[in-house]
Design a protein around this ligand. Structure first.
Ligand SMILES: [Zn+2]
Length: 88
């Protein structure tokens, strides 16, 4: 039984319109992101016996971030903002 959906809800149509599709080759599943100039800082705690345990990773991106199609390597940076919004 469907429960209390508002009469104007259109969940399926809404979802498909948000998919990113490569305009060059039509790929809509594989993408990759490239970051320039990344500083990766890793924190460690030294234990009683002299060994180390990793606490946390901290990465800081200083340069440009570009976004590419995983099939044909087309530059899809124009979609990067939407990609970030849809990243969970
Ligand atoms: Zn492509």
């Amino acid at each position: 039984m469907p429960v209390d959906l508002p009469l104007n809800a259109k969940p399926v149509q809404h979802k498909t319109s948000l998919r990113i599709t490569c305009p060059e080759c039509g790929n809509d599943t594989d993408f990759f992101e490239v970051a320039d100039s990344v500083i990766l800082t890793t924190h460690y705690s030294q234990n009683e016996d002299g060994s180390f345990t990793q606490d946390e990773d901290e990465s800081q991106i200083l340069g440009e971030i570009t976004f590419y199609c995983g099939e044909c390597n087309a530059d899809l940076t124009q979609f990067h903002q939407r990609f970030l919004e849809m990243l969970f």
